[in-house]
Design a protein around this ligand. Structure first.
Ligand code: URA
Length: 202
């Protein structure tokens, strides 16, 4: 044990083991499990989503459902190897309301985001990435500690500290939900361009 750090986790595996038992907000109870981030301790980039969805809750891994497919395809398009990146969420438990056999995703509250923020800070402390990518407004607000609009912040490299930059882009689920195929194609292209900027930056 480090005399100054105490039992504070120093690796992602240690942090993940601790987060398994997190009850900092009430979302832990109905959820299947904590969905902690995934990727190497020395990843040059951290991608931050909002919170796990239905499939992530069951798998215990971030971005494995429909939004994950959009994400994977943009990474492939940009030539980014997902296994070299660290992928996580602002909130680490699935929030939902049951509707028949389905579980409908609910947006996390400010209180839930705040209660969970500590884990993302720990992930950043351990990984010390060159770049943090916020996928959507919830992730951007969590990283910046204040609410921002995608319109004002998107596609710019924002200094978080001397070593780390932030790139804000849309959430892949936003692209999935667009009803107009033309707009969807346009937004997919814009998202892929943001991923190309990630590739150039890290
Ligand atoms: N949406 C997110 O924000 N995160 C996931 O892990 C999956 C869907």
């Amino acid at each position: 044990e480090d005399p100054l750090l105490g039992n504070q986790p120093r690796t992602l595996d240690e942090a993940r083991a601790e987060a398994k038992h997190c009850q900092a907000c009430s979302l832990w109870e109905p959820a299947t499990q904590t969905v902690f981030g995934k990727g190497p301790d020395d990843a040059p980039v951290i991608f931050v989503g909002e919170q796990p969805g239905d499939q992530e809750d069951i798998a215990g891994e971030p971005f494995v459902g429909p939004a994950g497919k959009v994400f994977d395809s943009a990474l492939a398009d940009a030539g980014i190897d997902r296994s070299r990146a660290y992928v996580t969420n602002a909130v680490k438990h699935f929030k939902f309301v049951p509707r028949g056999k389905r579980r409908i995703h609910q947006k996390p509250s400010m209180g839930e985001v705040k209660a969970c923020r500590f884990w993302l800070e720990m992930e950043r402390d351990i990984v010390k990435p060159k770049l943090v990518v916020a996928l959507g407004a919830t992730a951007a607000a969590t990283v910046l500690g204040k609410s921002v609009t995608i319109r004002d912040t998107r596609s710019k490299l924002i200094d978080l500290d001397a070593e780390t930059k932030l790139l804000v882009t849309v959430h892949p689920a936003y692209i999935l939900r667009l009803p107009d195929p033309d707009l969807q194609a346009k937004e997919t292209e814009a998202f892929n361009r943001d991923m190309a900027l990630v590739r150039e930056t890290v």
